[in-house]
Design a protein around this ligand. Structure first.
Ligand SMILES: Cc1cc2nc3c(=O)[nH]c(=O)nc-3n(C[C@H](O)[C@H](O)[C@H](O)COP(=O)(O)OP(=O)(O)OC[C@H]3O[C@@H](n4cnc5c(N)ncnc54)[C@H](O)[C@@H]3O)c2cc1C
Length: 412
């Protein structure tokens, strides 16, 4: 096998967590070639605070920067505020929306996701907002004040966090979702129920249904939600947040001939079907060691680890093993987390505190731990995650017993 010539210039397309981490880890690993990040939003910032501290007015755009402004100069990382319109992998070229062209030895695609648009009639009314970027959070924040009426469509992770933040701001919140209890696949039905019940406990009106249209109503709107066997509900709103998930724009990759299935396909090292192009973060999807396509992740830690993997690959270092996937979410002052696969075939064991489920564990029919979700239980989820990674066999009664320290389990 001939050695690959060393990479002397890298263009990172997208300055979210995955793209920024690639650049940071390249420099941390001693890469001293040219390095640039292209993003229409300019200097990289972190997204999880957008639905939490930024919406609550506790953090500003400056507070959520992934690195202080001086870092880029100190580390010779050029940030271009522009959009990449086309890739030409054969020549290492990248065409900018502003018209310029860049060339480099390697391109890293880290373009993330965009909030899924609301495609019902009236979904394009100016009162209907999404939340993916800092500007979205700032606009939403400006519209939320005591007494303002917010309808949140979609009670997944982001919709739930916004409902929580808006309630704290004094807004009157209605949360609409077609399923009776969202997030079951992510945390299991028992914890999902505990988490969902918090909305009503904090004064949020919870409506089950799928909005069918939005109509103007003076400066406000009415969100119409059909109801089984009853007249549709008509929910007045000063602002509507559409939080129905993200879409991944794969058009750049497809036009460049890269292998794509819902996202840009990569190996464990982040390399796409073209050896000069890498992909990372929400817009990438890895193949496992056995060649099977893994599920695309839309979580913070995965974007971080993808960026690290791409940097290691560019530095010529071997891929690192990863722990099972993990995410967190905060609402109403509680911290929810999950690791591994909570919807894998098997059975669920609960650990309760004061009669309420606090941890849920997913066990395979052979008694191996597959997934764990917890509320305000970070240490336990961390310990469970290690057990999941090891494929450890655990006894249901130990998982159930709050007196048993999970760190001591699985030592066969
Ligand atoms: C409001 C909110 C709250 C969240 N909270 C949590 C949480 O609590 N826990 C958790 O685990 N995860 C959370 N996440 C998810 C997490 O933030 C994402 O998984 C992570 O940001 C993905 O990083 P990324 O770099 O892949 O993509 P992104 O962060 O989406 O960054 C992609 C970047 O690419 C740029 N771009 C797109 N197209 C182009 C182009 N053609 N040319 C140049 N640049 C381009 C975009 O402008 C963007 O800046 C949250 C996300 C949001 C939006």
């Amino acid at each position: 096998m001939t050695a690959r010539p060393p990479v002397r210039s890298v263009t990172v397309v997208g300055g979210g967590l995955a793209g920024f981490t690639t650049a940071r880890e390249l420099r941390a690993g001693g890469y001293d070639g040219a390095l640039r990040i292209v993003d229409p939003q300019g200097t990289p910032y972190d997204r999880p605070p957008l639905s939490k501290a930024v919406l609550l007015g506790r953090s500003s755009g400056e507070d959520i920067r992934l690195a202080p402004p001086g870092w880029y100069e100190e580390n010779a990382v050029e940030v271009l505020t522009d959009r990449v319109a086309k890739l030409s992998p054969s020549s290492g070229g990248v065409l900018l929306a502003s018209g310029g062209e860049l060339s480099s030895d390697a391109v890293v695609l880290a373009t993330g996701g965009a909030a899924r648009p609301l495609t019902i009639p009236g979904g394009d009314h100016p009162a209907v907002r999404v939340l993916r970027e800092l500007a979205d959070a700032e606009e939403l924040r400006a519209r939320l004040e005591p007494g303002s009426r917010l309808v949140v469509i979609g009670a997944g992770l982001i919709g739930a966090e916004v409902a929580s933040s808006a309630t704290q701001l004094g807004a009157s919140v209605t949360l609409v979702d077609p399923v009776p209890v969202p997030l079951v696949p992510a945390v299991g039905p028992e914890l999902a129920e505990v988490l969902h019940a918090m909305h009503a406990q904090r004064g949020v009106r919870v409506v089950q249904g799928r909005p069918s249209r939005i109509t103007a109503y003076g400066p406000a709107v009415l969100v119409e939600v059909p109801q089984d066997g009853a007249a549709p509900l008509s929910l007045p709103a000063d602002v509507v947040l559409s939080a129905t998930g993200i879409t991944v724009d794969t058009s750049l990759a497809e036009a460049a001939g890269l292998a794509v299935r819902e996202a840009v396909i990569t190996g464990l090292d982040g390399r796409t079907s073209n050896p000069a192009v890498y992909a990372a973060g929400d817009s990438a999807r890895r193949r496992g060691a056995d060649g099977s396509l893994l599920r695309r992740s839309e979580h913070w830690e995965s974007a971080l680890l993808d960026g690290t993997a791409v940097a290691r690959s560019l530095l010529g270092l071997p891929a690192q093993e990863r722990q099972p996937g993990w995410f967190w979410s905060d609402r109403y002052g509680v911290h929810a987390e999950a690791a591994g696969a909570m919807s894998a075939p098997g059975s669920t064991v609960l650990r309760a505190v004061d009669g309420a489920p606090r941890l849920a564990f997913r066990l395979s029919p052979e008694g191996r731990l597959l997934g764990c979700a917890g509320i305000d239980s970070s240490k336990a989820v961390r310990a469970a995650r290690r057990l999941i990674a090891r494929g450890a066999r655990v006894r249901a009664e130990d998982l159930r017993d709050p007196a048993v320290d999970l760190k001591k389990l699985g030592r066969e």
